[in-house]
Design a protein around this ligand. Sequence first.
Ligand code: AMP
Ligand code: MG
Length: 395
Amino acid sequence: MPVEDALARLLALAEGAPISTCERVALAEADGRVLAEPLVAGLDLPPWDNSAMDGYALCLADWQGEPLPVSQRVLAGSAPQPLQPGTCARIFTGAPLPAGADLVEMQENAEVLADGRVRFLEPLKTGQNVRPRGQETRTGETVLPAGTRLGPIEMGLCASLGAAELVVRRRPVVAVISTGDELVPPGQPLGPGQIYNSNRSLLIAWLKRLGCAVLDAGILADDLELTRKALAELADVDLILSTGGVSVGEADFLGVALREEGELALWKLAIKPGKPLTFGHFRGVPVIGLPGNPASTLVTFGLLARPYLLRRLGVEEVQPLGFAVPAGFTWRKPGNRREYLRARLENGRAVIYPNQSSGVLRSAAWAEGLVEVLEGTTLAEGDTLRFIPLSELQA
Ligand code: AMP
Ligand code: MG
């Protein structure tokens, strides 16, 4: 199954299972959450004409070129008097423009005479250095649509409009299961044949960044009865995310349990790393089974599970931004799966980590992004390919 087909199916499934319950949170708590209601401006921004410079405010029609006396000082945060005809006002950046004034001349172009009057050295123009009321936003405008993911910039914008609380989608509850008899949590000694569980840490941190509430279901041994029992205990979560045990190998207990007590789709994705991916339901709870190799977990979570989760929250833009870069390597063997190589930009070209094995997570820590090598293609140095920054996927 081509990657885009798998993604399309997952997004359709996500749209059929929206997490639509909302809650009101304080602005400071809104980072990473998804707006459930549009942010509508309750005021004009800026709320009044104001000065973009430190300088002098005056009325052009009222001025014949003569030096003007200063009739008031307007600081940011103060309320000015209407401008007295035949005068100018000392004004500072962000201060409201006095009624009657229609421009600001910066202080660098003004000379204060011995008698305190101000001479303007350059030609003046109506509106110069004035930030007009409502230039950014008008009352009633939708500034952020529902479905917007909130980050530092959006939170700043909400604050600028005076929003102290926001209505957001509730956090999805995601259970993380790591399957494998060989897995041991860090902190314990390794026995023969054992390895440390890396996917758990990777996924839990990532899910938290996505605004999920994580239920850590720990390590699950490769055993059908234990698998059934573990799944049954997760009846209240929004998604069960497991890693490992999805190859059509012997130890595919997740698949067996889903087939028995729910439904199962096992997809052989045309993606590398990360061929096998399970999607199913266990007693109505959606289950995504990612392949166990850490680099496969990373790629399939980033390109498939992440968009799925975001779409369940009503996010429209769920795909990472990528951009075209020239290859700084050659690719001679055309593959029948789309490859996502861990890559870095060096002198504007994508270079790849020497070991692209799906078991090597270090490749991704070294990398700045994934480059996409399409099915059936070869590459010469300088050929264009898509670079997807890891920062896009981990946002
Ligand atoms: P599996 O899909 O269970 O056959 O696992 C594929 C490979 O990924 C095996 O080498 C596993 O040991 C490894 N693996 C599976 N789960 C994890 C995990 N949570 N952390 C690190 N490696 C894993
Ligand atoms: Mg396994």
